[in-house]
Design a protein around this ligand. Sequence first.
Ligand code: ADP
Ligand code: MG
Length: 728
Amino acid sequence: MSTLRFQALKQTFNRQPVEVEEPQRRSEIFGKHVFNKAAMRQYLTKEAYKSVLDAIVNGSKIDRGIADHISTGMKEWAISNGATHYTHWFQPLTGATAEKHDAFFEQEMDGEVLEKFGGGQLVQQEPDASSFPNGGIRNTFEARGYTAWDPTSPAFIMGTTLCIPTVFVAYTGEALDYKTPLLRSLQAVDQAATAVCKYFDKNVTKVMATLGWEQEYFLIDKALADSRPDIQLAGRTLLGHASAKGQQLDDHYFGSIPSRVMNFMRDMETECMLLGIPVKTRHNEVAPNQFELAPIFEEANLAVDHNSLLMDVMRKVASRHNFRVLFHEKPFAGVNGSGKHNNWSLATNTGTNLLSPGSTPMKNLQFLTFFVNTIKAVYDNEELIRATIASASNDHRLGANEAPPAIISVFIGSQLTAVLDELEKVTDGKLSPQEKTDLKLNVVGKIPEVILDNTDRNRTSPFAFTGNKFELRAVGSTANCANPMTVLNAIVAKQLNEFKEEVDALIKGKKLKKDEAIFNVLREYIKESKKIRFEGDGYGEAWEKEAKKRGLSNNKTTPTALKAKVSEKSLKLFEELNIMSRVESEARYEIEVEEYAMRIQIEGRLLGDIARNHVIPTAIKYQNTLIKNVRGLKDIYGKDFKKVAKEQMTIIEEISEHIEKINKGITDMIEARKKANNSDDAVKCADIYCDEVKPFFDEIRYHCDKLELLVDDEIWPLTKYRELLFTR
Ligand code: ADP
Ligand code: MG
């Protein structure tokens, strides 16, 4: 009997829901562990408080003397809330979050002990940069790196540690993290969008990007997850035959949430409330044991931090409830994968959502301006968007005939399509008073009503307009949202800068009125970017053909997709907007290429190990049982034994055939891996892993899964799909 599997199952069957304590009103605990405005007002001097707010709103620098005041207040607040340690909390390019804890507690020269935390420790720290990926930056520059306080994301307490959100940069200034370029992109889009807003409203002085992510995940019993080496090390199953029942009955989606899971969710949401993460909705997803969680949207930098923090919190709380949370994009073949929709918009300091239509024609023209510019930006940079969501794990979703395809397109709905069609007909140059009135009343003026009944949301589109925001749906569930957000902000910033130049040129050169100039430029953009708009079925084969005709990219694998990150166009884009230097862009590319190769390498080794050391020996064991049986039949029936042993003998042969294919597949895969590892170039290495190593996965898996169907269930060592997906 396969002990690990059956022991795990037994443990799982005996589990009881873990009781949780919940406050009656969430508002009472919201942000209790955050050094937010209320806490700052209480613990900081007026001057210190003002200086933090000024840094948040205007990006102004905080004086060192004031930093000492702030750190003192922050420390007092943290200690009174149970903290004993502090850490700079940052997001290195590993994709995880990093922290190094130091105690507040210090001993002075004279032996006296006290709790210390100075302005210097708040503002800057020096973790050892050499243990984080740097994509060659380390070779060219000094190894040292430092973390620096980001006052736009408030400090918080996790357990007994005060966490201070920081950026992580090399000693020479290059970004070694996700946050730095994100902050720079937010600044770029703020500047560009504010300038454009001035056409419509002089009171606008700041524009911020907003993000509302939707996190999908699987929840699997801890014992079951730990019984599978592939889930443990790769976060997904590398083999396993499909369960007879999967998601075909659609009975999980929006179904009632099992009680163990419900307690996990309540516990996690309480933690989120304390940390000021405004989680709002929870529900079952399409696949069995798959769930989703979404917050109220926030300023993008904060939302990105909150998503990273949430993933940490989820892992911890899941463990408390004897679950393992799987963020992998495709933990199980044949059932739905997980994504992380990124809902994105732009909001002004005056409280206007720039992607939400307003009550006057002028407000709607403002909406159209941002709407059309975003579409144009996506059209001009579709390959870069695809690159920014590329990863070994997301390759299982994109282009794999389920969830968004690897082709980037924009869905806007039939009514807005009709509006853009009308705008395409706007006269070149000056508009007649009649045309202007007509546009204002019948085209632009009708937009709010149009959007209200725009209910035909197309779930197959990777980038969809959903009423008051764009939704980038192709982001993977493991991703750090900073990556796609940086790109989206960057391309829209560049686009808005160009728009402003063109409109100004028409006003000055052709003496057009402001609104005439805007209509003229928008008309051209609508025409130019038409190819990116697609309203049909994004999963269908017909779309692949059509997209090819339109000249849209369809980069199905990560190594191919990533190349767009270092195209001259992308390098220039980031450089011109001061978001990333060439060195920074190239370093990121190298890190991601290397990570891809490493992931496939790990999966290859794992699959080889499981197939050779778990599957084949089990198959042989069962084959021996059959052989013994056939021998016994021969003893009883003599030369007529074949009549009664026929099926057994067929299975014996089938087992041998599968074993042969598996073993050969592994041997060949190892050869391919050697070839990849021997290549001295990281890009070439990743290409070989993708094109020559990975194809063996399916082949080896196929035969292992066939054996799973043949071999006695009692001795099968790997916890089966039905057990993983339906035990709770
Ligand atoms: P879905 O149908 O995809 O589940 P929802 O209507 O539930 O979409 O909203 C999804 C997400 O969109 C939520 O996280 C919400 O906070 C976010 N969202 C709503 N408005 C905005 C906005 N202006 N900017 C960014 N995100 C937003
Ligand atoms: Mg969504």
